[in-house]
Design a protein around this ligand. Sequence first.
Ligand code: ZN
Length: 253
Amino acid sequence: MTVTITELVQTLDELLQPARFRDYCPNGLQVEGRGEVRKLATGVTACQDLLEAAIDWGADAILVHHGYFWKGENPCVMGMKRRRLGALLQADVSLLAYHLPLDAHPTLGNNACLAQRLGVSAEAALYPDDPSAVGDVGDLPDTLSIADLLARIADFTGREPLHIGASQAQVKRLAWCTGAAQGFIDQAALRGAEVYITGEASEQTVHSAREQGIHFIAAGHHATERYGVQAVGAHVSAALGIEHRYFDIDNPV
Ligand SMILES: [Zn+2]
């Protein structure tokens, strides 16, 4: 099956509702390629390795979580940016990017997919007063030892998470937000979470965890944000009858 790029963008916009978010980048079609889409590649970040793998596979469009044109970046098309855009334009391949909308989708988003793997359901938003914010809070069905939770995370991410421990060995109330959301740790503590799980850590996150007595887990930015784009890719592939393949470009952060 083939769809037009317009139909693909419309389907993704209806699914992910980008207009709801105040974001740091444009969401939707960022680089326009050929009009017809038969093969959709997905990946976490539109890095050169992903572009090349997708173009080699014969992709007509590439869907990512981390695209281009971030607020505050140098807008000039030079060096790395020239090579990336040049590869897309030369191959006539579209780039579609959804950032916060792909974190937040209630069933296919990065946070929903992470929750599913953690074995927890979102009961409330981490920031209930801000509809544009991402992150969730919820209780595990039963108390779990922190060692078992860490083993569960290592199992599905395929890497050892960074853990800053707190005193309680048994935990139940979790807060989580994928990616570089270490700055939300204070909000997680405020919401009564015993464990806060995100992708990355900063120097001050460690002190925040220690002083507020909350377990902090940095499970990897790439590792926690692999799932949403795959789920959305599979969903639109089934809905539109186009071919889909996810490309994992290894990233230890
Ligand atoms: Zn991210």
